[in-house]
Design a protein around this ligand. Structure first.
Ligand code: ZN
Length: 221
């Protein structure tokens, strides 16, 4: 299914689907569960816009490349460009919305790449590797250090995080990203996954939530 950014009330958002800028190991408990050291500097990687699919109507996962893990994350949509050293106010002004999203990862493939010290793109950027639910308006949250996010998988809560647990909070994270490369309207920031990642299989039923703000059911087709 082709993807376009949209709000939870169905309103289309007319920004192009840009790049998806991700941060790895942004929750200490998650770094620990995969035996990764907690990074001293933000660990960034980018998924191309071509890998984004909507949560609506279900999504597919590759079945021939080892295990596919879900990583449930708070996605931040940008509606303005940011570059060099944006101020806190400029970052806040550039945010258009928030959504629960999945940073899907070919975990076995990634482990092999990691062992060899190679980049992760093959594990992170396959078609369908980023599942994004509709966005709620930026005005939904006045405190970006207190945004809850939750994944329920086949009836059991598997990930229950809050931006309060992020090692790099949302605004400084976006400032850091913009200092590394320009961010543009339509880009999405994936803010890292809390603990509880695990495999997905066809037939799985998921509920993606920003508790209190939005809730979307979807399935692995
Ligand atoms: Zn992730």
């Amino acid at each position: 299914m082709s993807y376009q950014h949209q709000y939870a009330d169905g309103t289309r958002i007319h920004y192009p689907v840009g790049k998806v800028v991700c941060i790895g190991r942004n929750y200490a408990e998650h770094a620990k569960e995969l035996d990764n050291p907690v990074p001293t500097e933000p660990l960034l990687f980018i998924k191309p816009g071509s890998c984004v699919v909507p949560s609506e109507g279900g999504f597919k996962v590759p079945t021939d490349r080892g295990s596919v893990h879900y990583e449930t994350e708070i996605a931040v949509l940008l509606g303005k460009s940011l570059s060099t050293k944006p101020s806190v106010e400029e970052v806040l002004d550039a945010i258009s919305g928030y959504a629960p999203a999945l940073d899907l990862t070919l975990r076995d493939v990634q482990s092999k790449l990691k062992e060899k010290g190679l980049p992760w793109e093959i594990a992170k950027s396959f078609d369908g590797a980023c599942v994004i639910a509709p966005f709620v308006a930026a005005s939904t949250y006045s405190d970006l250090t207190d945004i809850p996010v939750r994944l329920t998988l086949n009836g059991a809560v598997r990930q229950d995080g809050n931006s309060s647990l992020m090692l790099n909070p949302i605004v400084p994270m976006i400032q850091y990203m913009a200092a590394c490369f320009s961010l543009q309207a339509g880009d999405v920031i994936m803010t890292g996954t809390p603990a509880g990642v695990g495999p997905l299989n066809p037939g799985d039923e998921l509920v993606l939530e920003l508790p209190g703000a939005s809730r979307f059911a979807t399935t692995v087709l």
